[in-house]
Design a protein around this ligand. Structure first.
Ligand SMILES: Cc1cc2nc3c(=O)[nH]c(=O)nc-3n(C[C@H](O)[C@H](O)[C@H](O)COP(=O)(O)O)c2cc1C
Length: 197
């Protein structure tokens, strides 16, 4: 497991080799095994592949075009639109995308009381643990993965296409890797750790 933590990379080049269903089920099962706040297990997973993948990509591209057209949900993030387009190309290559939804979450536009916000933060932490479990399980199986939040550039379009109740959190692209990047830089331990004793 420690090996998977050290070996995992964000993969952005995938082969067209399909992922056997058994492997996909194992990966999702690893996601379901994550800890969650009050064991609420707020996650839902929508597995997109085959013909559905093309429809999903169409919705994603429509969202990016809307962001570019001036009707932007993320007006301060225009400099990241090119990155979102690249992410769509990566998802085009990957045989499978798993969308992860917070089934207990409200949509982005709902205002929350501080208490509701804490509940939401705890649910999102639980879902993040679930996503990381899936990435590590995939790594262990030699399957590449990419955690994707560029979905927010097509938030409404993807939510509508996915027809999901709750709050869309992220997507994970999965496929056999066609690149083996070296480790991306990390901050040094003493920059990020404070010891109190
Ligand atoms: C919450 C989150 C969102 C991310 N969204 C994207 C994305 O939309 N597109 C992308 O190419 N990479 C995305 N990444 C991958 C990061 O760029 C990557 O994890 C980081 O650069 C470190 O590289 P590594 O994963 O290979 O260690 C995301 C990662 C996280 C944790």
């Amino acid at each position: 497991m420690i090996n998977a933590i050290y070996e995992r990379r964000s993969i952005r080049k995938f082969s067209t080799t399909p992922i056997p269903e058994k492997e996909l089920l194992d990966i999702i099962q690893s996601g379901i095994k994550a800890p969650s706040s009050k064991n609420r297990q707020p996650w839902k997973y929508i597995v997109v592949q085959g013909q559905a993948k093309e429809e999903m990509l169409k919705a994603f591209r429509q969202g990016i075009a809307r962001e570019e057209s001036g009707n932007a949900l993320l007006p301060q993030s225009r400099q990241h639109i090119a990155g979102a387009k690249y992410t769509v190309e990566i998802m085009q290559q990957a045989p499978v995308s798993v969308f992860v939804v917070n089934s207990l979450g409200k949509d982005l536009f709902t205002e929350l009381t501080p208490e509701e916000r804490i509940y939401d933060i705890c649910n999102i932490q639980s879902i993040s643990a679930s996503i990381q479990n899936m990435l590590l399980a995939a790594t262990e199986k030699g399957i590449g993965s990419l955690w994707i939040c560029d979905i927010y550039f097509a938030y409404e379009e993807l939510c509508q296409w996915l027809n999901c109740d709750g709050q869309l959190i992220a997507a994970i692209a999965l496929g056999y890797p066609e690149e083996f990047p070296k480790e991306r830089p990390r901050r040094k331990m003493d920059e990020v750790v404070a010891w109190r004793s």
